[in-house]
Design a protein around this ligand. Structure first.
Ligand code: BGC
Length: 334
């Protein structure tokens, strides 16, 4: 009898959950209201997101590990990336930076040296989401395995968390216009889109002004904060200027569409730690809103600009593919 009641409860819970947007594995869902529809992230999912990565990572196999001169990855050919393909000679380099090992606020304990323990893989662990948008990842010998495959390097590199490290990315776009306010068309006859791009201080590459989602924070809040800090230099503003900036971006950065959530082909990834992001697209169709933004690089960004988007742009990690999704969404030239 109890079993029957339980089965009926599961059906009811799943049916109601799918209408209201709950996940069905008992985890919480967090989000915010944008006045039109609910923008949300599922932090408790164990099924892959419909937007998840799919392909093979390339940047996550770069020869020299970022921010080092000589930490070399073990070479992984394309056909040996997947864990289910045997690769008996695979001998990844072990590497975690001294900074991460020293235990800064954003880092997990060094579970390999017996300092602390993590038991809640694929779950919400206190305020930290150890859930991947790629679905349930394997944990082998106590360490989470990169869901895309081998990277040639094990342990955490410069990433703080074992398993997924969650980020959020605001894609802010407008149409490219002439001095006479005409929308410029690309070779394919479609309107040309520009986006707010920052130049990363760590490697000089151009990127979306995103950042890490702090434990317990919302993607929506991270998006506004990172845009403010990196593209408007809010960290160096007076309280009054901050308020003015907040009034300008608050509404605009609350009306976006999610264009990606999943694994990022990031050069910092390792076999046991990797980047995932949620990217939202905010488009200023008539050019009246983002024009008011006073762009100034700050924090981790050393420059900021409106960059024209098309298939030839070369951005950090897999950011170009997020832009492609955004272009598709508004039928922009690509
Ligand atoms: C960046 C994000 C990026 C993520 C994954 C974060 O450090 O701020 O823009 O999407 O890493 O590469």
């Amino acid at each position: 009898m109890l079993t029957v009641v339980f089965i009926v409860w599961c059906y009811v819970r799943d049916a109601v959950g799918s209408i209201l947007g709950w996940t069905t594995n008992g985890n919480r869902m967090i989000g915010f209201s944008n006045g039109v529809r609910r923008l949300s992230i599922k932090i408790g999912q164990t099924k892959p997101s419909k937007m998840s990565f799919g392909g093979l990572h390339c940047k996550a196999r770069c020869e020299i590990y970022p921010r080092t001169k000589d930490v070399k990855r073990f070479k992984v050919p394309d056909d040996k990336v997947r864990w289910n393909v045997p690769f008996p000679e695979y001998s990844p380099t072990t590497f975690t930076t001294e900074t991460v090992l020293s235990g800064p606020y954003y880092a997990d304990p060094d579970i390999c040296s017996g300092k602390g323990e993590i038991t809640k893989w694929n779950e919400i662990d206190g305020k930290v989401s150890r859930v991947s948008f790629e679905g349930k990842y394997e944990v082998v010998d106590g360490l989470p395995l990169n869901p895309v495959g081998r990277t040639g390097l094990k342990h955490r590199g410069c990433l703080g968390r074992w398993g997924p490290n969650h980020a959020a990315d605001p894609i802010v776009t407008r149409w490219k216009r002439t001095d006479d306010d005409e929308i410029v068309k690309g070779e394919d006859g479609k309107p040309v889109m520009e986006f707010v791009s920052i130049q990363r201080r760590d490697n000089g590459e151009w990127a979306i002004p995103g950042g890490m989602v702090e434990p317990g924070s919302l993607v929506s809040a991270t998006i506004k904060q990172e845009f403010g800090e990196e593209a408007m230099n809010s960290l160096e503003m007076s309280e009054e200027e901050k308020k003015e900036m907040h009034d300008k971006i608050e509404d605009f950065l609350s009306h976006g569409d999610k264009v990606y959530e999943g694994y990022v082909d990031d050069p910092r990834n390792t076999d046991n730690a990797w980047m995932e992001t949620t990217a939202y697209h905010f488009h200023d169709d008539d050019g009246t809103k983002v024009g008011q933004f006073n762009l100034h690089a700050g924090d981790d960004a050393m420059a900021v600009q409106w960059m024209v988007c098309n298939s030839s742009i070369n951005l950090y990690a897999s950011h170009t593919s997020f832009l492609q999704q955004a272009a598709k969404r508004i039928d922009a030239s690509w």
